[in-house]
Design a protein. Structure first.
Length: 269
């Protein structure tokens, strides 16, 4: 029986063919490193959380906050890609603060009392990053008048365009993929700024694998990123270089959230 592989973080329809080609190319290198039970295709029909809980998970990608929070004992980082996006620096990334094109504000810290959208309460890019950014300007634990949960970055963008909310934070890679592949989705919105950077979304595997097996998977992934024949696939996905960040590197995300909490502030208060 084959294991499970998924790449759910940036799986918009316009890049699904490139993601499939990414997986096919990586499988060749995983096999060279002795990996077996590899699925032929990426799993897209199961809930992401169910896949991350699955002991047969071979390869996936998750939010850095997941790695040091809910899934800290169930997922292990293999390596972290560098994305060719303006908000990214090496393995770090940031979110874009997005408002409507006609928004009168030029700084999110001036937007006390407006309505904010987050994609989900455990997302760093959509919730945690915004929380850290506005916490110093909060008052008695509040900043926005209302925080609505959209369920996805794509939905948050749609809410900005529909004037349902006033501001949101969008993963910088997601925003850049939209600029390249679906610019119509960004019509009527603009960048207001960016959040603080954090370690980027890692490629992960199940936490129960032996360290030697994870090291061989890491070797396969590094060979994939060095393959000149697969450069076009990587460029379609905005992938540049790659490096290994140990689990401890992601504790910066927890430290940032703790700093926001020190102001007595949470977006979900």
């Amino acid at each position: 029986m084959s294991g499970v592989a998924s790449l759910p973080m940036y799986d918009i329809p316009e890049v699904r063919a490139a993601l499939d080609e990414f997986w096919r190319g990586l499988v060749l290198y995983l096999k060279r490193e002795g990996k077996t039970n590899l699925p032929d295709v990426l799993e897209r029909n199961s809930p992401t959380n169910a896949m991350w809980d699955d002991p047969s998970l071979i390869f996936s990608q998750c939010c850095g906050y997941d790695l040091v929070h809910r899934y800290t004992s169930r997922l292990t980082p293999i390596a972290t890609p560098h994305f060719d996006a303006p908000e990214c620096r090496g393995a770090d990334y940031a979110s874009v603060v997005v408002v409507a094109e006609d928004c009168p504000f030029d700084d999110v810290l001036d937007m006390k009392g407006v309505v904010c959208a987050i994609n989900g309460p455990e997302s760093h890019s959509g919730m945690g990053a915004m929380q850290v950014l506005v916490a110093p300007a909060s008052n008695e634990g509040r900043f926005f008048s209302t925080v609505k949960i959209s369920g996805s970055h794509i939905a948050s963008l749609a809410w900005i365009k529909a004037d349902i909310v006033d501001v949101t934070a969008i993963d910088g890679v997601t925003y850049s993929l939209h600029e390249r592949h679906r610019p119509a989705a960004l019509e009527g919105v603009r960048k207001l700024g960016r959040t603080y950077r954090a370690p980027g979304v890692p490629y992960v595997t199940h936490g129960g694998f032996e360290p030697t097996k994870i090291e061989r998977m890491r070797t396969a992934l590094f060979h994939f990123f060095a393959d000149p024949n697969l450069q076009g696939v990587r460029q379609s996905l905005l992938l540049g270089d790659i490096e290994f960040l140990p689990l401890e590197s992601y504790e910066r995300i927890i430290a940032d959230r703790n700093r926001a909490a020190s102001y007595g502030f949470s977006l979900l208060n």
